[in-house]
Design a protein around this ligand. Structure first.
Ligand code: AP5
Ligand code: MG
Length: 222
């Protein structure tokens, strides 16, 4: 990785954003990750006002309002000193509406810290309900497991801490359908926006093992 990398992952729920992100960090530890869903789940578990608001949207598969998301993620970027032209970071799940994208560009423009790579993970949507149903997570760390793809060493326990794994409250067939519909509604304008900026790429493949090397190559070639 030769130049500062400011990367965004787009992709349907269950497309593997979190999984690819974890692998990329092993290769490029200087990339600071911000996963919008993890940030929100942390607010929920701390019982903050933002968490209470977000919980209502997340459990029903709706998007949290744009202004809340923009403030929350900008604050995270500021905390990791990410608002400058030398910064390296990776956003997973934000922006995910056209309005969020426009607002973020406006904010990053002021400090010359623009996104320079957007990668859409394009996975067959017929595959992903099964993934969601077999996913278990360690909430405090955001570590992701799958009962069949990457099972924990001890059933239902986190590999690192030994603590219990849980199911996310939005990982059920009914809520998943709404999340997927919402994604399909929002992605068109977002894709077009980043295409016009000349930074959008799409990688496809049935498994993360096929997708990962393609993402790594894009980062190297930046
Ligand atoms: P968020 O947490 O971002 O959820 P999401 O976008 O729905 O995506 P997921 O985390 O479910 O999937 P992923 O792509 O990370 O897949 P993973 O790697 O885990 O957001 C949750 C909610 O927060 C939203 O619905 C919304 O309400 C709110 N929110 C967040 N950001 C927002 C924003 N910007 N604006 C408004 N609201 C916002 O993989 C899935 C499973 O598959 C895992 O079990 C994994 O082990 C397994 N797996 C991965 N690769 C493979 C493979 N190759 N083969 C088999 N299994 C695999
Ligand atoms: Mg995720």
């Amino acid at each position: 990785m030769l130049k500062p990398t400011r990367l965004l992952f787009l992709g349907a729920p269950g497309s593997g954003k979190g999984t690819i992100l974890k692998r990329l960090l092993k290769r490029f530890p200087q990339l600071h990750p911000i996963s919008s869903g993890d940030v929100l789940r942390s607010q929920i578990s701390k019982g903050t006002e933002i968490g209470k608001e977000a919980d209502k949207y997340i459990k029903t598969g709706l998007l949290v309002p744009d202004s809340t998301m923009v403030n929350l993620i900008t604050e995270q970027l500021r905390e990791l000193n990410g608002l400058n032209d030398k910064a390296n970071w990776l956003l997973d799940g934000f922006p995910r509406t056209f309005a969020q994208a426009e607002k973020l560009t406006e904010i990053l423009d002021t400090t010359n810290a623009n996104l320079n790579l957007v990668v859409e993970l394009d996975v067959d949507q017929k595959l992903i309900l099964h993934r969601i149903e077999s996913r278990y997570v360690h909430l405090p760390s955001g570590r992701i497991y799958s009962l069949d793809y990457n099972p924990p060493k001890v059933p239902f326990k986190d590999d690192v801490t030994g603590e219990d794994l849980v199911k996310r409250e939005d990982d059920n067939a009914k809520t998943f359908k709404k999340r997927l519909d919402k994604y399909n509604e929002e992605i068109g304008p977002l894709r077009e926006y980043y295409q016009k900026l000349g930074i959008w790429h799409s990688v496809s493949g049935e498994t993360s093992d096929i997708i990962y090397p393609k993402v790594e190559k894009l980062v190297y070639e930046l």
